[in-house]
Design a protein around this ligand. Structure first.
Ligand SMILES: C[S@@+](CC[C@H](N)C(=O)[O-])C[C@H]1O[C@@H](n2cnc3c(N)ncnc32)[C@H](O)[C@@H]1O
Length: 220
């Protein structure tokens, strides 16, 4: 369900082009089984960004069944990807997906709470390990913490994309169905968006595409 217009989303979806048939099959499997994954519109935008930026080292927070990590790996055949998830229901499936695909060899799957895994990465990070692209797609009330930690792992000028910033419209207005139940997430998401916008050293663009995206470029 889109908070803008289902008709617009449906129309834009007709322009969706998967990287290959294998990835398309993975998307259909995830969609049929109601596993969370990036929306088609979001994939289109990420695809465009990756095409321009050509990052070589990508950090993803929120793996689920591994769809977006596989998308990164297929889209950029030389890139290395680190992806993090903590859910017992997701870990064995994503592990198997990465094992079954040759691209999975370039995916470093870290399991555990992202806050702890990121602390560990920060502690053991050398200059060669720095990331040039980060995709944040996990616990919506923790974006500020994920962002702060990810930033320490990035090269100057790196790009950080945060998904679901509008959370079905809840971030915008209480009248959207479900908003009241998710008050805490809304509060933290709003604080996060205010924070990145107030930082004068960041270049920030907020988009209503998909479920809302923040595209942030770190200072060179
Ligand atoms: C929207 S799904 C990710 C979808 C995935 N990026 C894709 O497009 O295929 C969010 C995932 O974040 C994970 N997650 C949420 N909070 C987390 C946390 N604090 N640490 C690690 N993983 C977390 C959930 O288990 C879930 O699998």
């Amino acid at each position: 369900m889109s908070f803008t217009s289902d008709k617009v989303t449906e129309y834009l979806s007709t322009f969706y082009r998967p990287v290959d048939d294998d990835l398309a099959a993975l998307r259909y499997y995830n969609e049929e089984n109601e596993v969370p994954l990036i929306l088609r519109e979001t994939e289109g935008l990420l695809s465009f960004l990756l095409e321009i930026l050509k990052p070589q080292h990508i950090l993803e927070i929120g793996t689920a069944y591994g769809y977006s990590a596989m998308f990164f790996a297929k889209k950029l055949p030389a890139a290395r990807i680190t992806t993090i998830d903590r859910a017992p229901a997701m870990i064995p499936v994503a592990t198997q997906v990465f094992y079954d695909h040759e691209e999975g060899e370039r995916i470093d799957f870290r399991t555990g709470d992202a806050a702890d895994v990121l602390d560990d990465l920060v502690e053991n990070c050398s200059g060669d390990d720095l990331y040039d692209f980060v995709f944040i797609d996990a616990g919506k009330s923790h974006y500020r913490d994920f962002f702060d930690k990810a930033e320490q792992l990035c090269r100057p000028g790196a790009v950080i994309v945060c998904d679901n910033i509008l959370m079905h419209g809840w971030t915008v207005d209480r009248s959207y169905e479900g908003a009241k139940r998710h008050r805490t997430n809304v509060k933290y998401m709003r604080q996060f968006l205010d924070y990145i916008y107030e930082r004068e050293d960041l270049t920030v663009s907020l988009l209503s595409s998909g479920d809302g995206l923040a595209i942030i470029k770190l200072h060179e």
